[in-house]
Design a protein. Structure first.
Length: 278
């Protein structure tokens, strides 16, 4: 498995208040780039190549979205702090099997899972960038009136990385093209620009666990643990929007027994819902 680290030079605009780029978007963007390069993408379409969403990378260390957890703490201030934890060091995830309980003892927070207990000090993140909401005017030419709308974007203050299986030279070229094109919405306004910092091997081999951790929005028909469900309008087409089905998906960080791979095709546009599961 590879960890591909990117440094964003401009904010990216993906979805309402989102601070990461979901695997669905990465699939779509890389398929589009391969198409522009007149390269095949059969390995992506048939599931030999898979991607995760983006996660913060701090001092070369990957942080994963914290999985489903319960907070138990009688100190209100400490409880609030624990509830704000968004990401944990991937080494914790490798060592301690989720689901987790976050506890406090005196002034110290702990992560507990499967008989293991880890002190929370510098091994977690509550945020890693800044969300920006801009309000703009759009003219209604029929009524000759202004319509106010908002756009959301996020600028990370650290590099971000995504996981990939089956990474190859064609994908390397496609990612280089995306450096110029950008990722996400409003690319014509300069959003979503980045440089590739590093591509390296990463070992996230785990023992058999009761639940799998999904690294992006996922679909399942089986048992799961998640704080919420997301009703998502799936949109294909990196240049022109193509509406697909409305799906109920589990967000990144959910714990599931089994994922179900979804491939939607319409008007030569492909949407894939199949993030890497750890």
């Amino acid at each position: 498995m590879k960890l591909i680290t990117l440094k964003f030079t401009s904010p990216y605009s993906i979805g309402e208040r989102e601070n990461h780029i979901d695997a669905i978007t990465l699939y779509r963007a890389l398929i589009k780039a391969l198409t522009l390069l007149e390269e095949p993408f059969d390995e992506i379409k048939n599931g030999e190549v898979k991607f995760s969403s983006t996660f913060p990378v701090v001092n070369g260390k990957l942080y994963l979205k914290i999985p489903y957890r319960i907070v138990k703490c009688t100190d209100r201030d400490k409880e609030k702090m624990l509830k704000k934890i968004e990401y944990i060091d991937a080494d914790i995830f490798k060592k301690v099997s989720p689901p987790y309980t976050l506890e406090c003892e005196n002034d110290v927070g702990y992560l507990v899972g499967d008989g293991e207990k880890v002190k929370l000090d510098s091994n977690f993140l509550q945020s890693y960038g800044e969300s920006v909401v801009q309000y703009k005017n759009r003219m209604d030419r029929v009524n000759n009136s202004a319509d106010i709308y908002s756009t959301s974007s996020f600028i990370p203050n650290t590099p971000v990385g995504f996981l990939a299986t089956g990474w190859n030279n064609r994908l390397e070229k496609a990612l280089k093209l995306l450096e110029k094109l950008g990722i996400g919405k409003d690319r014509n306004l300069g959003y979503g620009r980045f440089t590739v910092q590093e591509v390296k091997d990463i070992d996230l081999t785990l023992p058999n666990r009761e639940y799998k951790y999904v690294t992006g929005r996922a679909y399942t028909e089986g048992e799961y643990l998640s704080e919420k469900l997301e009703r998502a309008q799936i949109i294909g087409g990196d240049m022109d929007a193509v509406l697909h089905s409305i799906l109920v998906l589990l967000p990144v960080g959910s714990l599931i027994k089994e994922t179900k791979r979804i491939v939607l095709e319409k008007n030569n546009n492909i949407v894939i819902v199949d993030p890497i599961a750890l």
